[in-house]
Design a protein around this ligand. Structure first.
Ligand code: BGP
Length: 482
């Protein structure tokens, strides 16, 4: 069997990792602009939480350098998008996931009107995508809250940020609604607990009281904002769909010791908290209780519960890179993953960055999520970050990447055969870009190579890797020819 007709294929990128042009068109600074690259850092060094301080942030912003702040430079997608989109079209993409940089429309987040140049940029981008028959799937917030909001309101900790986000979302729906019919509110919304600054613009130093409490307060505000703009989308653009976005981390007990199984169950309860709220419409009772017992209180205000209940998302999207293993033994060997640290699974190979490769985990996740919520699913990130070698004749042979995707596609197709309603698959990332956690471009994900190194040297020329032609064939056969 092949995938259903109309199954969406494509790739996913985020504004802060590709656009560059960080000061053009009046764009204001975002938290991503101070993420720095550390040469010679241990590749398995994981970004659980950087200690961003107010002074450190101000010093970074006063520094015009782009070499050590690679997200300011991106891969120059801001100027090169027509050529990049043409390459995506050549691969046969029917969908491309991109995000809108809040600070291109509202530089500090607090202006009353959006910047005309920012609006014109995204309108041109989506128009070109439509011309190429590539449907936009657009994330409103992908790890780039306005820096001004971080410094002034501690990002999402203050409830006022909700109305500022509503203003931004309204502009997006009103100005781009004729071109965009699929939206996501927050990328990996659960990430705010693991990296509060990147996701939520939370500066630890400014937190009054407990950091965990601040993170759950901010998360609640994002849930409320998400439900509120879902309601808004239904009014402005009734034929559009809204999705939530979760970091899917399939979790296994390290042994069949009941303590490991119980620890895994507790982990999963928190893993599903976000989808329970956004797709199910309410906080799960036991997760709430577990938080309460740790002293964390969700700051409900009048009307919040009804809003969450009445405006769940239409579909569930998620990233999937790896599975996790849980053990109660403190001495169990650990390995880093997607901003998490888990126990090493002896049955799985890992990338140089320690991320464990587990295609079967993707099928388990698809089945779990569909069983639990019964809503359509969308895989909006999945891929392999590796160092690629550019040969003397300027080719990139990347069989490891093809193997990775093939194995994941086999499992994805099996899940669909088992009955999962899957809207589509977009890889992370179709083109090399700046890594979210390490700010390195040398952790390459693309089917398209970008001639640029970690310090920004290179021509930025785009080259087709072997995997480019392979993915083209997969899309043309709708997954039949792997
Ligand atoms: C996800 C993020 C992406 C992306 C990806 C790969 O968590 O949503 O923005 O970057 O992970 O991570 P990294 O770039 O750290 O390898």
């Amino acid at each position: 069997m092949t995938l259903p007709k109309g199954f969406r294929w494509g790739g996913a990128v985020a504004a802060n990792q590709v656009e560059g042009a960080w000061r053009e068109g009046g764009r204001g600074p975002a938290v991503s602009d101070v993420a720095s690259y550390k040469p010679n850092a241990d590749p398995t060094e994981y970004a659980l939480h950087h200690a961003y301080t107010v002074d450190g942030i101000k010093a970074a912003l006063a520094d015009d350098d782009v070499a050590y702040y690679p997200k300011r430079r991106g891969i120059d997608f801001y100027h090169r998008y027509p050529g990049d989109l043409a390459l995506f079209a050549e691969m046969g993409f029917t969908t491309l996931r991109v995000s809108i940089a809040w600070t291109r429309l509202y530089p500090t987040g607090e202006e009353l009107e959006p910047l005309a140049e920012g609006v014109a940029y995204y309108e041109a981008l989506f128009t070109e995508m439509r011309r190429l028959n590539i449907e936009p799937l657009v994330t409103l917030s992908h790890y780039d809250p306005p820096m001004a909001l971080a410094l002034k309101h501690n990002g999402w900790v203050e409830r006022r940020t909700i109305e500022l986000f509503e203003r931004f979302a309204r502009t997006c729906f009103e100005r781009f609604g004729h071109l965009v019919k699929m939206w996501l509110t927050f990328n990996e919304i659960d990430g705010i607990i693991r990296h509060p600054f990147t996701s939520g613009g939370i500066i630890e130093e400014l937190v009054e009281g407990d950091l965990e409490q601040a993170c759950y307060t901010a998360l609640h505000h994002q849930f409320v904002a998400s439900a509120s703009v879902t309601r808004m989308l239904r009014e402005i653009s009734p034929d559009a769909q809204m999705g939530c976005m979760l970091t899917m981390l399939t979790t296994y007990p390290n042994t069949c010791h009941p303590d490991d199984v119980a620890a895994t169950q507790a982990k999963e309860r928190l893993l599903y908290l976000c989808t329970d709220v956004q797709a199910g419409g309410a906080y799960p009772r036991l997760a709430l209780r577990a938080l309460e017992r740790r002293g964390v209180k969700i700051p409900f205000e009048k009307g919040d519960e009804e809003l969450l209940k009445e405006h769940p998302v239409d579909f569930i999207s998620f990233s999937y890179y790896m599975s996790m293993t849980e053990s109660v033994r403190p001495d169990a060997e650990r390995t880093p993953g997607n901003t998490v640290l888990g126990v090493k699974n002896p049955f799985l190979p890992s990338s140089e960055w320690g991320w464990q490769i587990d295609p079967v985990g993707l099928r388990i996740s698809l089945i779990d999520l569909y069983d639990r919520y019964g809503k359509p699913l969308f895989i909006v990130e999945n891929g392999l970050g590796m160092r690629d070698e550019l040969t003397d004749d300027r080719k990139i042979h990347d069989p490891y990447r093809i193997d990775y995707f093939r194995a994941h596609f086999e499992q994805m197709i099996q899940a669909v055969e088992e009955g999962v309603d899957l809207m589509g698959y977009v890889s992370w990332a179709p083109i090399d870009l700046i890594s979210a956690s390490s700010s390195q471009i040398s952790k390459r994900y693309g089917f398209i190579y970008v001639d640029q190194d970690d310090l920004g040297q290179g021509t930025q020329e785009r080259l087709r890797k072997d995997s480019f032609y392979w993915y083209q064939k997969v899309i043309a056969s709708n997954g039949a020819d792997l």
